[in-house]
Design a protein around this ligand. Sequence first.
Ligand code: NAP
Ligand code: GDP
Length: 330
Amino acid sequence: MAEQPKTALITGITGQDGSYLTELLLAKGYTVHGVVRRTSNLVRSRIEHLSSDPQIYGRRLFLNYGDLTDGTTLRRIFAQVQPGEVYHLAGQSHVGLSFEIPESTSEEVGMATLRLLEICRDQKQPVKFYHASSSEIFGNASESPQTEETPFRPTSPYGCAKAFATQLAGVYREAYGLFVCNGILYNHESPRRGENFVTRKIARAAARIARGLQSEVILGSLESRRDWGHARDYVAAMWLMMQHESPDDYVVATGVTHSVRDFVATAFAAVDLPWEQYVKRDPAFDRPVEPVRLVGSSAKVRETLGWQPQTAFADLVREMVEAELAVIDA
Ligand code: NAP
Ligand code: GDP
């Protein structure tokens, strides 16, 4: 007898990771349901190529209106979809912004995860749950590189809310025997990254300056360092965690850091421009507190799940700049 297609539910399907994960799961034969919130703009640019395809949308891809703050609707979606795998990716994802809107960030990142875990607990069918945790839980890290055992020392409202949600996910795994995984992911980028993250901002600016559409770009700290990988590689790690025989927590990282200055230099080199002439600094973009020495050890995910990053830093930067040039030149 033919195997039933697996059914996945993705919160945050319209986001960077949600869009790559949807592509991955569709390619693996899954039926994919996404939770989308009501917005004044119906364009969902990151999944438009999938949701406008009649061979896919309404057949293997479905969008359900819901909101992380609306538990009744989320529960109804679970009852209708009966997902075997839930990928919880939704929420306010910008660290800097979490200092401006800490309450709604904590509600979306922290409480909403609890809400979803409670719904999972009540499901009759077995359900696996992936929680999108973050390197920001380590914040002012006590050791470097960080592993699954490194203590949580967040330095932002976002990091605090992710730490709360990560610990709750672990409690639900232990207390109720639920299949719950925390993917502790370090920064991952792509042409689909939100425009207010530094990588996308730089890639966009380099392309626009090269085409004469912009004269400069204003940035905060150039010395900040991040462990940057490619989102396409990182969603593959999410899927692998959910296929393993037992649930666990995994750090997903490249293990290499670069500074914002490195990113700038590589992006402007891709368009043959001397970055020093175009980059201005404004401390208004500085954070009240910055995490230090955030770099991950992905030994566990490499050894247990066979995952490794496929995209080198320079290739990531080039892909992002070329994508911006392609949009301008289209
Ligand atoms: P993203 O591009 O900002 O996407 C966030 C998604 O959440 C969007 O689909 C957004 O919907 C949805 N969302 C936000 N608030 C919602 C609400 N109240 N109800 C329903 N949906 C809501 O983020 P991402 O980069 O894909 O990241 C995915 C997850 O991984 C996030 O939880 C993020 O915090 C976490 N994470 C990301 C990174 C990274 O480097 N990217 C690293 C570690 C952890 P709209 O399209 O309607 O806005
Ligand atoms: P984050 O690691 O999730 O906070 O990702 P971001 O891309 O927002 O920021 C990465 C680093 O770039 C942080 O240390 C920021 O302080 C630094 N940065 C420097 N200039 C900027 C800027 O103009 N915008 C943003 N978002 N970050 C900047």
